[in-house]
Design a protein around this ligand. Structure first.
Ligand code: HEC
Length: 226
């Protein structure tokens, strides 16, 4: 599932990072300047959930990078666990799940004197913590795209043609992608999944629709779902 997308992401990263599946890799700083401040005191509920679409989308983008640099080597690319550490997609997207999440994020986990998970709290800070949380909780559930993959392939082909100058009804495609995106569920119970259908819909909305990038996102998402 969706592995291709993250493999592509990871191709840009050092092979060394991939090989080290333990707690001795320096945490990678996360640039959170674009996100609203949430104060000094540690919160126990995700402040970026339900803060409006722009903040939410920004948190996902920053969390995507933060997660894939700091957490993926143990918890799996795209939050799909390979078994080394728990699959975080199913941590409930409400206060109970958040409280558990933030405790682990801040303190890490040590068993019999061995660090199984490093503590990230002081190093990455609260804004990065909740951005990563937002990314995690918006992952689509396993197989969530399956019912739509045929139609999404057709849309992908059409968008690729439109990128080359072919005519097409942008509004209708955007509406259809949005509708498909609305049916895709998260594993965490968060109401909206950050799926390739949603990403493609956003890429072709507005004054400067990017058909090529929307087609590319769908290609990546569909090949990952094979
Ligand atoms: C070196 C490997 C490693 C890294 C890196 C790592 N974790 Fe973990 N994480 C683990 C292990 C192992 C556990 C299971 C600990 C336990 O048994 O409770 C865990 C548990 C968790 C849990 C509790 C999950 C549950 O279902 O109980 C959360 C939340 C979590 N990690 C978040 C993160 C986040 C966010 C990052 C990145 C900022 C991260 N982890 C990076 C190894 C890692």
């Amino acid at each position: 599932m969706r592995l291709g997308f993250y493999c592509a992401l990871f191709a840009a990263m050092t092979a060394g990072n991939m090989a080290l599946a333990h707690g001795d890799v320096a945490p990678q700083p996360v640039d959170t300047d674009a996100l609203p401040d949430v104060g000094e005191e540690w919160l126990i509920e995700n402040p970026y959930r339900g803060l409006g679409e722009d903040t939410w989308a920004e948190a996902i983008k920053i969390g995507d990078s933060g997660y894939n640099q700091n957490c993926a080597r143990c918890h799996g690319l795209g939050v799909v666990s390979g078994g080394l550490a728990p699959d975080l997609r199913y941590l409930e997207a409400e206060e109970y799940g958040d409280e558990w999440y933030i405790e682990r994020f801040r303190e890490g986990y040590t068993q019999n004197g061995i660090t199984k998970m490093p503590a990230f709290g002081d190093l990455l800070g609260q804004k990065a913590a909740w951005a990563i949380r937002t990314y995690i909780e918006t992952r689509p559930d396993d197989g969530a795209l399956d019912d739509h993959s045929e139609r999404l392939k057709q849309i992908r082909d059409q968008l690729a043609a439109m990128a080359d100058g072919a005519d097409g009804d942008t509004n209708a495609l955007q509406a259809e992608l949005t509708e498909i995106a609305g049916t895709i569920e998260t594993g965490s119970g968060a109401p909206v999944a950050d799926s390739v259908a949603l990403r493609a819909a956003l890429l072709i909305s507005g004054d400067t629709p990017d058909f090529a990038e929307a087609a590319e996102q769908l290609t990546i998402g569909l090949s990952a779902a094979q």
